[in-house]
Design a protein around this ligand. Sequence first.
Ligand code: 5GP
Length: 189
Amino acid sequence: MPKLIVLSAPSGAGKTTLCLKLLRDFPQLELSISTTTRAPRGLEKGGVDYHFVTQDHFKAQIAANRFAEWALVHGNYYGTSKDVIESAFGAGKSILLDIDVQGAASLKKAYPQECVSFFISPPSLVVLEQRLRSRGTDSEESIQKRLNNSREEMARAADFDHTIVNDELDRAYSELCSRIDSALGAFHG
Ligand code: 5GP
């Protein structure tokens, strides 16, 4: 049965790196491209990193019941469209989702059989702050917003099927891989 592999983490916990490695090593996983009202950052491209839309467009999609889950994160809307899940499942593919803790909880409710959720935790909030600052892409205000959010998100780690502490990338990745291997019932290269 195709699965929804959900990764949630405070921003700066190393989730993006882990997702990229998973997509390289698990060809049976397809990345879910979310829809968002936030503006593109750096080299981000529409249709690749996100589908970037206006608030009006996003709200119309909510009203039309086109989202499997959606949430307001750091003041912007983010959502997973049902089309993404239906077309991947139709092709027998499992999906990798990089979504926030609210979205993870909604998907678990909507797809209890298919959803396998992972909370990627930074070793500490101090390390998280250092990582956010060294990334150099966020304003001070955005960093503070993200740190506050992270405190709340870390309190919800217990809602997830698994917590992976990203203390050391290779170790965290191999723990994640073996969990996903058992969830998908297959072994990767
Ligand atoms: P960023 O703006 O840094 O790309 O993402 C901010 C947060 O929104 C991250 O925690 C990311 O996982 C989350 N996010 C991205 N796409 C979705 C989505 O489709 N649904 C939900 N609920 N959260 C999302």
